[in-house]
Design a protein around this ligand. Sequence first.
Ligand SMILES: Nc1ncnc2c1ncn2[C@@H]1O[C@H](COP(=O)(O)OP(=O)(O)OP(=O)(O)O)[C@@H](O)[C@H]1O
Length: 246
Amino acid sequence: MRFRRSPAATADTDVAEPGRGIELRGVGHRYGDRVVLEGIDLQLTEPRVGVIGANGSGKSTFARLLNGLVLPTQGQVLVDGLDTRTQVRAVRRRVGFVFQDPDAQIVHPTVAEDVAYGLENQGVPPDERAARVAEALERYGLAGHADHPAHLLSGGQKQLLAIAGVLVMQPARVVFDEPTTLLDLVNARRVAELIAGLEQQVVVVTHHLDLLDGFDRVLVVDGGRVVEDAPPGPAVAAYRTLAERR
Ligand SMILES: Nc1ncnc2c1ncn2[C@@H]1O[C@H](COP(=O)(O)OP(=O)(O)OP(=O)(O)O)[C@@H](O)[C@H]1O
C-alpha cells in the first residue's frame, strides 16, 4: 500500500550536502520582545566545536537552533544544506541533541525500551532494533541494566542512557547542552571520554572548560553575540577576561 506524501515529507527527502556542515546566516532570536541572539554568521565544519559564555548569554538557545528545536526569528540555520525551518524532520535525523538533564529525555519505563524508542519511530524492524539496542547498551556500559527501571538509574547512568538513546539513531552530528553539569567528577570524565571518542561532529555547550581540551574551535557567547571564535586556549582566555570585567 502506498501513502501519499505530504509536502513536508517531500521536502525532507531533499539531498543533504554533508560538506557544508552547520551554517547560521544572519541569525537572531528573540523570545517575545527580548532579543537573546543577534548577528550570528557562522559555518561550523570542524569535528569538535565548543560553546562557552556566562549564564543567560544565549548558549542553550544557540544549541537548540542547530537541530530545529528553536527556529530563528531572524535569518536561517542550515544543516548540510537543509533548512531547519522547512526541513526540520530531515535535520533532526541528522542532528542528535543531548539535554543537560537526562530526565528531560528519558520517557520509557525500562532502559532497553528507552533506547529502542527512536528506532521504533524510524520504523527500524524489530530484529535490527534489538541488535542495535543491545550494542548501544553494551557500548555505554548499560548492558546489565537493560530491563531495569530507567528512573532508578544513578544520575551518571541516566546521562549515559540519554546519550545512548541519541547515538543509537546514528546521527551525523550531535549537540550536547551542558552534558556534564549534573555529574560528579568520575561520570563527567566518563562522558568527556565518550564525547572525545565519537566519530560524529560534536557541538558542546559547557561550563566545564576541561571538556574543551583537544577541541578544534570554541565560540564565546556574550550578550547574545559570538564575541570570540578561536581555538580553546585563546577562547577560554577571552572568556576569563570577560568574566573579570563583570
Ligand atoms: N523559552 C523562553 N522564553 C523566554 N525567555 C527565554 C526562554 N528560554 C530562554 N530564555 C531567556 O533567554 C536568555 C538566554 O537563555 P539561554 O538559556 O539560551 O542562556 P544560556 O547561555 O544557555 O544560560 P545558562 O548558562 O544559564 O544555561 C535568558 O535571558 C533566558 O531567560
